[in-house]
Design a protein around this ligand. Structure first.
Ligand code: CA
Length: 241
């Protein structure tokens, strides 16, 4: 049994040297590490034990890691960081599209990987550090209910499944509706100021959140693009006000 305070990370990676290096580094950094060298045994690992986060190499010997990612996402599974080669931009974009929470590009430093894992876990973590008398707010905006305690977004039709990062983006905008933020500001607030992350990452996440709201039949609020500046969440004026 791993100690309860050590997050469990599953590394699905077919390069033995890289796997050994990552394992050693992450264990030293306080993580419990499970591993699998291909997609098939990766699925077995994920079914067999609770995992807090998956680091998934998209180039696996027995098929594309994207299929595995799709499976994890459909189950509402743990956050996923995808690993791709420098030339695999198409896979990287598709991976984010399928709901990966972040990515690293080979070759990466172990320190960078550990930092990304911590950042994703921080965003995914339930907020247990609040004082007991301060209930996390439930934001009601148009057709949406954003329950910041449960980290859940609901409509009349039920909850909408967002990845941790998509949720964080929507919650952030919902906290100050009508206020416009530049992609750089959003990167700084939601992506831990990682300046190498292109503003295109923000655009991509906004697009995904919009698409999910649309698919759930949400007419308002909606994320408005402010040309040349950024994004804001617009809520229609309350007719009763
Ligand atoms: Ca590989």
């Amino acid at each position: 049994m791993p100690p309860a305070n050590r997050p469990v990370v599953a590394l699905i990676e077919d390069e033995p040297d890289l796997l050994a290096m990552s394992r050693a580094y992450l264990e030293r950094e306080g993580f419990t590490v499970l591993s699998a060298p291909d997609a098939r045994s990766g699925r077995t690992v994920l079914r067999g034990a609770p995992v807090d986060l998956v680091v998934l190499d998209l180039g696996l010997p027995d098929g594309n890691g994207l299929d595995l990612l799709r499976g994890v996402r459909e189950d509402g599974g743990p956050p996923v960081i995808i690993v791709t080669g420098r030339g695999d931009e198409f896979d990287r974009v598709l991976g984010l599209e399928l709901g990966a929470d972040d990515y690293v590009v080979k070759p990466f430093s172990q320190r960078e990987l550990a930092a990304r894992i911590r950042a994703v876990l921080r965003r995914a973590a339930p907020r247990q550090d609040r004082p007991g008398d301060e209930r996390p707010p439930v934001l009601r905006l148009g057709d949406l209910v954003v329950d910041t305690g449960a980290r859940q977004v609901r409509t009349m039709g039920g909850p909408i499944a967002f990845t941790p990062r998509e949720y964080a983006l929507l919650e952030f905008l919902a906290a100050t509706p009508g206020q416009t933020f530049s992609p750089g500001q959003l990167l700084g607030r939601l992506w831990d100021g990682a300046d190498w992350q292109a503003p295109a990452t923000v655009t991509e996440h906004v697009y995904r959140v919009r698409r999910k709201l649309l698919a759930a039949g949400v007419g308002a609020p909606r994320i408005t693009t402010v040309r040349g500046f950024g994004y804001r969440l617009d809520v229609p004026a309350d007719p009763d006000a």
